[in-house]
Ligand binder design. Structure first.
Ligand SMILES: *Cc1c(COP(=O)(O)O)cnc(C)c1O
Length: 450
């Protein structure tokens, strides 16, 4: 094989034996030896709790507008937040599926049920478009910060925004969020879709008047093309999924909101009642931003663990080698072909791997058939329908409790007593808008793999 960053593959494998497992597409995990106490790790992020508060305030300003224009945002008064639910029947199913006991409680955070796009992207993606629109509207004198933003649901505002373009490169869900939000405001919206993007997502965007540009290649190319197009057009704003701190902060707002939800259910999170969040990871912005929000609120009492497909372990590879976005999985012959379209990003975010690395406890990979099995098990036990990307979250407990995590558990004080009180939280990143027939086929596939 060829050289990667000036080194033979065999040399890489010698330095990082785990790469051999990754190259064989075998499921595995890696617990970060460099994880740091929350406060130290947060300093390294370069963003603060005040930045999250700023994002939260901005979303609050927009809430009346969102409630007015999106019927599915009405019930939460325009605050885009998802339910968190306990899933005991699924926990039982998982125990027999993995042949292990899962001490503590299993919960699911249902970003699959977020308004607008039915995925975690309704946090970051929508937030970044709103931030951009707010800047334009303020600049034009159309609103002040104290105004009722429903004013922006007007012909005058749409006329203003129609002079601007918004573009993004996506595997699907980010495109949906950015495209629908932008089109609603009146922007000209362009979504550059990678080959793995599902047809229904493209159809839905076109029905909203969004221009969908399709590529034969993967996510990185779709992003690069989108970026290129926007560089030559000053009226075009490019949402840069690989680098954006706005997206990141939009995701991070979830932390304080989750703390409030747990409080309402009398779920205690403290040193003896650890919260363990399992977060499906693509380019890293979504899980990275959520993890930042969680760490900002729960400190060392939350552990954040990222899930990736065996065919696309890009964040694990980047953080483990310390090379981050200098490496793509394809450099090692890993094909990035997976049913988890939301996670098919061969090169990790330049921002998240570097800035969040000390706050992420571990990484594991999931095989495609297992994603489908988990989709079927959850649907069968709790009547929750989620997409394969999201299902990767629920392979997490088996990794955390497994032999290869023993050293991690001991090093970080995750004792049996504490695990007995653990809240395992699978972050369900998407699924509610998947067409029924397509969802049925996921479940049938999962059952056939049992
Ligand atoms: C985008 C997405 C993720 C991961 O978010 P990244 O920011 O790409 O890491 C996970 N699940 C689903 C369903 C997604 O759409």
């Amino acid at each position: 094989m060829t050289e990667v960053l000036g080194k033979d593959i065999s040399q890489w494998v010698k330095e990082f034996p785990k790469i051999d497992t990754l190259m064989k597409n075998e499921k595995t995990d890696w617990f970060n030896p460099q994880v740091k106490p929350a406060e130290e790790g947060i300093k390294h992020v370069g963003l603060t709790r005040a930045d999250i508060e700023d994002a939260r305030d901005r979303l609050k300003r927009w809430a009346p507008y969102l409630a007015q224009v999106f019927p599915d945002a009405q019930r939460t008064a325009g605050i885009l937040e998802s339910p968190v639910v306990c899933v005991p029947n699924f926990q039982e199913k998982l125990q027999s599926h993995f042949g292990i006991e899962i001490p503590g409680q299993l919960w699911a955070k249902l970003d699959s049920h977020l308004p607008i796009s039915g995925s975690i992207k309704a946090r970051g993606g929508v937030y970044e478009v709103l931030k951009h629109a707010e800047e334009i509207a303020l600049e034009a004198g159309l609103i002040t910060l104290e105004d009722d933003y429903r004013k922006l649901d007007s012909a005058q505002a749409r006329e203003l925004f129609s002079g601007y373009k918004v573009a993004v490169g996506s595997t699907g869900n980010l495109g949906l969020s950015i495209g629908i939000m932008s089109a609603q405001l009146g922007f000209q919206a362009f979504v550059h879709m990678s080959a793995d993007a599902r047809q229904w997502k493209k159809d839905k965007l076109r029905s909203h008047g969004v221009t969908v540009v399709e590529y034969e290649s993967d996510y990185s190319v779709a992003v690069a093309e989108g970026r290129k197009q926007s560089e030559s057009d000053p009226t075009m704003y490019f949402v840069d999924d690989e680098n954006s701190t706005s997206l990141f902060l939009g995701y991070a707002v979830s932390g304080a909101r989750l703390a409030g939800q747990f409080q309402a259910y009398d779920v205690r999170i403290d040193a003896d009642h650890p919260l363990i969040a399992y977060l499906p990871c693509g380019v890293g912005g979504g899980p990275g931003g959520v993890a930042f929000g969680l760490k900002s609120v729960f400190g060392d009492n939350v552990r954040c663990i990222f899930a990736e497909p065996t065919h696309c372990p890009s964040m694990m590879l980047g953080v483990m080698t310390g090379e981050h976005d200098a490496l793509a999985v394809q450099d090692f012959g890993i094909d990035n072909v997976t049913a988890a379209d939301g996670l098919a990003c061969g090169r990790p975010s330049a921002f998240v791997g570097r800035h969040m690395q000390y706050l992420i406890d571990g990484y594991y990979t999931v095989e495609d058939p297992e994603m489908y099995r988990l989709v079927a098990l959850l649907a069968g036990s709790e009547d929750l329908r989620i997409e394969p990307s999201s299902a990767t979250a629920f392979a997490g407990p088996a990794h955390l409790l497994g032999e290869s995590a023993r050293e991690y558990r001991e090093r970080t004080g995750l004792t049996d007593e504490r695990l007995a009180n653990a809240i395992h939280l699978g972050w369900v990143t998407g699924g509610n808008m998947v067409p029924a027939e397509e969802m049925d086929s996921y479940i049938a596939k999962g059952e056939s793999y049992m």
